[in-house]
Design a protein around this ligand. Structure first.
Ligand SMILES: [Zn+2]
Length: 372
């Protein structure tokens, strides 16, 4: 195992921070697997999963079982970790810029497409390597001018040439679910089955350039761009893995998640050994554009009538918002049928606040598909 320290640009005097990546390899030719934990720094289940993963990976490396390279960044966002405001941790948004830590990653296409028109071949495997080199070269031209930009570039530089990139997050109060690119579903389905995902949300363009799309979107954009000219594979399976809710930090769940990730990597051939039998898929993938975010039209105290993981039908009462002064009870009813996969963990609603999300099967939304 090799440890690499990546110093970040120092935005503030006296605050030199770094990212640390751990590289597991037995020197055997194979895939590159990348995993990072807690890019949203107040989402802690991923860090505990990374802790247990590292124990498993160290043992597998000692047993000469790693085929290729497996990279783990167990603390992906030291900037967000340091943001405590009046005893509350602010880990989703950068306090200096107000930017979401999981947005604004590079859009490689079309710059990379222009550079590739003379270097692609008739071999999909060769093209995979050519495209990875072009993306890395594109990244190397970016000179980050502040700490956040250097963190984004460092993470992207570690991930963009991986065959599999898992961005480990969690939601507010949720069952385990995934986000990935629509063209990646066939590659992602084994992960959904091993992880026990209750929903997988698919999109080709979520809006805002999140980390997962920056890793993977270029591949289907290039495949379309060079259609009928050069074969372009889906070279990076990048998945945002939502490891339940923010308070689900416990050894039992984290060890189970780490074991399931190892099983998936055995299935992928990145770790030697027979993968355990693949469990049944809990729910098929659904379009991110079909996910209903239920908003409260009024302010009040929230009482949920449905729990994460429950199936709801259109018209089902999902939550009540109560005004204890007027005694007005506003009942929120689902507009779509599907799995209720995540809900708020704050119980005071402001008018317009999103309270929960339902994975509907039919796309109906357009524009930016992710929340703030
Ligand atoms: Zn997150």
């Amino acid at each position: 195992m090799q440890t690499i320290r990546h110093p970040l640009v120092q935005s503030y005097l006296g605050t030199q921070r770094e990212l640390v990546s751990f590289h597991y390899s037995n020197g055997r030719l194979g895939q590159k697997i990348y995993m990072q934990a807690s890019l949203h720094a107040d989402e802690l289940p991923p860090m505990l999963v990374a802790h247990h993963l590292r124990t498993r990976l160290a043992a597998l490396e000692a047993a000469n079982k790693i085929i290729g390279e497996i990279v783990v960044v167990p603390v992906a966002n030291p900037i967000g970790l340091a943001q405590t405001l009046m005893h509350n941790q602010i880990g989703r948004f950068d306090l200096a810029s107000a930017e979401n830590f999981n947005r604004h990653y590079p859009a490689f296409y079309p710059d990379v497409a222009a550079a590739l028109s003379t270097t692609l071949t008739d071999s999909a495997d060769t093209n995979k390597q050519v495209i990875r080199r072009a993306m890395l070269a594109h990244l190397d031209q970016i000179t980050p001018t502040n700490e956040l930009a250097s963190m984004r570039k460092t993470l992207m530089r570690l991930a963009v040439d991986a065959d599999v990139s898992l961005d480990l997050h969690c939601d507010s109060d949720a069952v385990l679910h995934l986000y990935t690119g629509t063209p990646l579903w066939a590659q992602c389905e084994p992960l959904a089955r091993y992880m026990g995902a209750h929903a997988t949300l698919l999109a080709t363009e979520s809006g805002g350039n999140p980390f997962d799309e920056a890793c993977s979107q270029t591949w289907w954009q290039l495949a379309e761009h060079f259609r009928d000219k050069f074969p372009i594979p889906m070279g990076c399976l990048c998945v945002t893995v939502e490891l339940r809710g923010q308070t689900d930090v416990n050894h039992a769940a984290a060890m189970k998640d780490a074991n399931n990730i190892i099983a998936f990597l055995q299935h992928r051939g990145a770790i030697e050994g027979a993968a355990p039998p693949m469990p049944a898929l809990l729910h098929g993938a659904t379009p991110l554009a079909g996910s209903e975010a239920m908003e409260s039209p009024v302010s009040g105290v929230v009482v949920f009538l449905k729990a994460p993981g429950e199936m709801v039908n259109a018209g089902d009462a999902v939550a009540e918002v109560i005004d204890p002064v007027t005694s007005l009870v506003t009942t929120l009813k689902a507009g779509t049928a599907g799995v209720l996969y995540a809900r708020e963990n704050r119980y005071f609603a402001t008018a317009g606040m999103r309270l929960c999300k339902i994975a509907g099967k039919t796309a109906f939304r357009t524009g930016k598909l992710l929340g703030a």
